[in-house]
Write a protein that binds this ligand. Structure first.
Ligand SMILES: Nc1ncnc2c1ncn2[C@@H]1O[C@H](COP(=O)(O)OP(=O)(O)OP(=O)(O)O)[C@@H](O)[C@H]1O
Ligand SMILES: [Mg+2]
Length: 368
């Protein structure tokens, strides 16, 4: 039962705010039972950690097997989950156990369950009712003993109303709902999370001198809204190791250099070599070059996700059109109105650019 000090949950999930303590107690209480758990909460808030904690405190002898329903194409998901018999389809040259069987006696974590196609939702419902599966191409009923944990950042009830998620499955999965609160609703967790994330980052690279977060830095962190939740804080720590290794981080640094990727002035003045060292961790194995850091980076498509979860809707067509207009106009200006050169810069054909200019009513820059 709930004992906050010795459980795996208390070690895995950091934070002592009332909201987090309540969630930890709920996980510890629910972990030993067999009913399905539905973990909800915004992106980066820690849903996957909750699944891990539930498994580790369940005392189940099997494995925790995770499947990300958003990452597997719909047509492959059935054989991924149910496995298949030899000869079930072209290329099935031997029997393969699916994720259901792999998690026998353990926990199956279906992440992003809101992305599961309707046809598979029906099959999942049948598994929950019968506690058996059949491999693709097989007719043997294989009994299973597994604990199902599902997670989503989507509003499943709204999906049920819209007809894209089965109502009967929703109620079947939602036996134990666990809502992970956004970080902005448990700011007291920030200092402990920061400490843990710095410690984790240090463990990866004992040589790296950690940045020193001053009191004003902490105040700035507490004042921020964290649309990307704990993942965003983890990314900030990563940047701090790259840009402020062994140095003090102030509130201004947090706002001006770490919450947006702008190099601190001091760093711009030191030699190129040292700059390389300081930013090597940030660059990691990515393909960023140092010049990319000095020139503003284009917005990354994935940055839209944490932003969008805080908005009801967006005029997608209008927004994409505006981006097109701005980039086409910029390319025309940079090339003094030379359409073929502008098209090269945009990596599109000349005629495509001309068509777009007509459609979007873009003129060549004036006074050329
Ligand atoms: N309470 C916590 N204590 C320690 N680390 C945490 C905590 N919550 C989240 N993290 C860390 O933050 C990162 C994001 O967490 P996680 O992947 O569990 O989020 P998520 O809710 O599954 O996000 P998404 O919806 O985008 O999949 C991970 O690196 C995780 O280890
Ligand atoms: Mg996740």
């Amino acid at each position: 039962m709930a004992d906050c000090s010795h459980s795996a949950t208390s070690k895995i999930i950091v934070g002592g705010s009332p909201a987090t303590m309540q969630m930890k107690r709920l996980i510890e209480t629910v972990a030993p039972s067999i009913g399905p758990v539905l973990v909800t909460g915004p992106t980066g808030a820690g849903k996957e950690l909750v699944a891990q904690a539930l498994h580790d405190d369940s005392a189940r002898s099997g494995r925790l097997v995770a499947v990300n329903c958003a990452a597997i194409p719909g047509e492959l998901m059935e054989s991924e989950l149910f496995g298949y018999e030899k000869g079930a389809f072209t290329g099935a040259d031997k029997r393969r156990f699916g994720r259901f069987e792999q998690s026998h006696n353990g926990t199956l974590f279906l992440d992003e369950i809101g992305d599961m196609p309707l046809s598979l939702q029906t099959k999942l419902l049948r598994v929950l009712e019968n506690h058996t599966i059949q491999r693709v191409g097989g007719n043997e009923d294989i009994p299973l003993n597994l604990r199902l944990v599902c997670a989503t950042h989507k509003d499943l009830l709204a999906m049920v109303e819209a007809g894209s998620f089965r109502a009967d499955l929703y109620y079947r999965l939602n036996v134990f709902p666990i809502a992970v609160p956004p970080l902005s609703e448990r700011r007291e967790d920030i200092p402990a999370l920061l400490e843990k994330l710095v410690e984790k980052r240090r463990a990866q690279d004992a040589e790296a001198a950690p940045p020193v977060f001053t009191e004003t830095a902490l105040t700035a962190l507490l004042a921020y809204d964290w649309p990307g939740n704990v993942r965003e804080l983890r990314n900030l720590v990563e940047r701090a190791f790259a840009l402020f290794s062994g140095r003090d981080v102030t509130g201004a640094h947090i706002r001006e250099n770490l919450l947006s990727l702008k190099l601190p002035n001091e760093l711009l003045q030191i030699e190129q070599d040292a700059l390389w060292d300081a930013s090597s961790a940030l660059l990691g194995n990515s393909e960023l070059e140092i010049e990319d850091l000095l020139v503003p980076m284009p917005p990354r498509p994935e940055d839209y996700k944490p932003w969008f979860v805080h908005h009801d809707s967006i005029d997608l067509r209008g927004h994409l059109r505006d981006i097109e207009v701005v980039l086409i106009e910029a390319a025309l200006t940079m090339t003094d109105g030379m359409v073929s050169h502008a098209a090269e810069r945009l990596n599109i054909g000349r005629t495509t650019l001309i068509e777009k200019m007509k459609k979007l009513v873009i003129d060549k820059p004036q006074n050329i």
